[in-house]
Design a protein around this ligand. Structure first.
Ligand code: 2BA
Length: 109
């Protein structure tokens, strides 16, 4: 058994949720915050048999899109201004960032 942890954009989370249910995957959604953009994203925890991991990854791939997002400049606040960029910078936020972990035990009480 594997645990798939997928960080996706909030805009894709409902569609992904519906697709997972439709294909009989069980998942838990967590409201999370990206460390770099410091804006909300959604993290899915999906526990599944090894044989169905590829199907889950395909569903994630199909339902999550990469998008460009602007990062607002952060004032240097009296610190070193050498690296200060006074204009917004565009970064591509991925469709999904996915980790696949082995599960030692799966218990339900
Ligand atoms: P954030 O940390 O808010 O990052 C959003 C996007 O900003 C990233 O998209 C990437 O394009 C850019 N970015 C992040 N750190 C950067 C840096 N140090 N310098 C320049 N650009 C940077 P993605 O790579 O698609 O990541 C989307 C979200 O997935 C991340 O949101 C974070 O919540 C999660 N994530 C990505 N890699 C991770 C990792 N290795 N461990 C844990 N979470 C991760």
């Amino acid at each position: 058994m594997k645990l798939i942890i997928a960080v996706v954009q909030d805009q894709d989370s409902n569609r992904l949720s519906n697709a997972l249910v439709e294909h009989n995957f069980r998942a838990t959604k967590l409201a999370t915050t990206g460390g770099f953009l410091k804006s909300g994203n959604t993290t899915f925890m999906i526990g599944t048999d090894d044989a169905r991991v590829e199907k889950a990854l395909e569903i994630i791939r199909i339902n999550c899109k990469a998008r460009d997002q602007l990062v607002a400049p952060v004032s240097p606040m009296g610190g070193n201004a050498d690296s200060y960029v006074p204009y917004p910078v565009e970064v591509e936020v991925g469709g999904a960032t996915v980790f696949v972990l082995p599960i030692e035990q799966f218990l339900q009480f």
